[in-house]
Design a protein around this ligand. Sequence first.
Ligand SMILES: [Zn+2]
Ligand SMILES: [Zn+2]
Ligand SMILES: [Zn+2]
Length: 272
Amino acid sequence: MTPATLDITILGSGTSTGIPVIGCNCPVCTSADPRNRRTRCSALLQYGVHNILIDTSPDLRLQALREDIRHIDAVLYTHSHADHMHGIDDLRSFSLHSGKPIPVYGSTRTLKRVRENFSYIFDDMDQPGFIPQLTLFPVEISFELFELQIIPIPLLHGQMQVLGYRCGPLAYLTDCSAIPDSSLELLEDLELLVLDGLRFKPHKTHFNIDQAVQMAQTIGARQTWLTHLSHDVDHPRHEPQLPEGIYLAYDGQTHSLPIQDLKPNSLRTLRP
Ligand SMILES: [Zn+2]
Ligand SMILES: [Zn+2]
Ligand SMILES: [Zn+2]
């Protein structure tokens, strides 16, 4: 039977430095509010017994221990920046336990970077070591994972093309500064949008909070969580200033989304 819910957990809501930033004494970095403590950006999707990890942040081990994640059944990569990928070695504990390779999905360009930057994982010369067992699957158009349709959403992160992902009523779009119209068409009727909203000042490769709010209103999901937050963003102070339905993400935040209304036919119309 098809599971009735898709659950998301924000594993990390922070920008590339994590919050607190090393050596910083600002009010957010020294805040006692746990929502101002942000590990690097990542999320977990749970569908039935399946755990799908979005990105392998440098904080993956801590995130997995914190959320008691016992297995990872697939990884979706958004792009190859260090804050989204450099926890890749922590996947070895999961592949050791399961005894099988973990399928890893991403754009051709991102997976090329995985092979280049972490060649010891794929290079026969280094065998047999305690390394992650991974199988790479380049994706461009929608694909099925554990009976769940996953739709890659092309985004612009400065000049770089990266991917967000849509799964049923949920879209996860980190690290972006523009969303092409052809991608906006894939983002209709969302319950939950997780969207990059780095900080208040403009940035070349990320939406700032104003741009993210504007984009969230254009997309019109029932609720939007802003993620990849810097230490300029103070959760208790700034969240109440956001428009209705738009919130700041925090580590450990969860949401359960019903998916029984999405029949295969209605999903098929979302194919790019
Ligand atoms: Zn700070
Ligand atoms: Zn990035
Ligand atoms: Zn990033």
